[in-house]
Design a protein around this ligand. Structure first.
Ligand code: ATP
Length: 305
């Protein structure tokens, strides 16, 4: 798959503080790439660098094959829309006028596509109402529309879901999926909540303390957070050979605990345990949550797990 953004060993220092540490990432064309990290992990700093708002201390990146050191990077950046920190929305202007102003900024002379853009972000009925009177969700959606003016190839969104209510989150997700599918826009989106991103991202990078901990596709992530049943038994020694014989996928988690990954009925587990002469004390669903997976990664980095 072609990469639309390649980041090669970027570091960023503020004074003595190293806030990005040798970050390398490949963002595939057409992907929805989730950058997941806790507050202060370095997500905004990385996005500011890619969008040209800040310079890296060392390392380089390229956008659509054009290196950050090439002067043509400026014209490539015009093919990029972004919302970093807060949306570029004028509160005293209506949604239509905000978009018209952005069209003019971009040197566009026809405003014919504005209604379509307003419809895409579900703001077509806001008329003369000014953005200052919008809800947070509406302002965020208008910010997305402003970022989409000129039909960019890449959309960079820093925590666009932050502060939205559940309905606002669903609406934002549906709009971003539509933009990605219908306009084939590559989206780089950050969040500190993996669960939220998991409903739309196709790829992930986990960042903590300025370092990339892991990059993986959504299929890889889902296979890692697989469902299991956790059983507690009076003894595991005689039970494991029975599970092996039955080709059951399991992992020993302690002297009396086994996680079973094969989809198998509780009654079958009990009958196999009977056969092995062990007593089943409990059987519980044990779904490692996405947040749990992320926190485990972070804990491993901190040497806690
Ligand atoms: P958040 O969601 O809280 O914004 P983040 O992952 O986006 O988190 P950054 O905003 O990139 O994190 O910040 C990373 C680190 O860099 C933090 O420790 C922050 O305090 C520091 N930092 C960011 N900008 C500056 C700056 N201009 N001067 C000094 N330190 C900064």
């Amino acid at each position: 798959m072609e990469n639309v953004v390649s980041i090669n060993g970027i570091s960023k220092k503020y004074g003595k503080a190293l806030v990005l540490d040798n970050v390398s990432l490949e963002i595939p064309k057409g992907s929805i790439f989730g950058l997941v990290g806790r507050n202060g992990a370095g997500k905004t700093t990385l996005m500011r660098i890619i969008t040209g708002l800040s310079e890296p201390t060392s390392g380089s990146y390229s956008i659509s094959g054009v290196s950050s050191s090439n002067k043509n990077i400026l014209s490539v950046r015009r093919r990029m829309g972004s919302i970093i920190e807060s949306p570029a929305v004028f509160r005293n202007l209506s949604a239509y006028d905000n978009l018209k102003l952005q069209y003019i900024n971009l040197g566009m002379t026809s405003f014919d596509s504005i209604p379509e853009l307003l419809e895409l972000v579900e703001l077509k009925d806001t008329g003369r109402k000014t953005a200052g009177k919008f809800s947070l969700g509406m302002r965020q959606r208008l910010g997305i529309a402003v970022a989409l003016c000129g039909n960019p190839d890449i959309l960079i969104l820093d925590e666009p879901i932050n502060g939205l209510d559940p309905q606002g989150i669903i609406q934002m997700r549906e709009i971003l999926l539509k933009v990605n599918r219908e306009k084939h826009t590559t989206i780089l989106i950050s969040s500190h909540i993996l669960e939220e991103l998991s409903k739309l991202a196709t790829h992930y990078a986990f960042i903590e303390g300025g370092k990339i901990l892991q990059t993986l596709s959504s299929e890889e992530l889902m296979s890692k957070v697989r469902k299991s049943s956790r059983i507690k038994v009076s003894g595991t020694e005689s039970l494991c050979p029975v599970f092996d014989r039955e080709k059951i996928d399991y992992k020993l988690e302690g002297e009396d605990t086994i996680d079973i990954f094969t989809d198998i009925a509780a009654s079958k587990i009990v009958s196999l345990a009977n056969e092995a002469g062990v007593e089943v004390i409990s059987i519980n669903e044990n779904n490692e949550s996405l947040e749990g997976y992320f926190m485990n990664l972070v804990a491993r980095k901190e040497g806690l797990a």
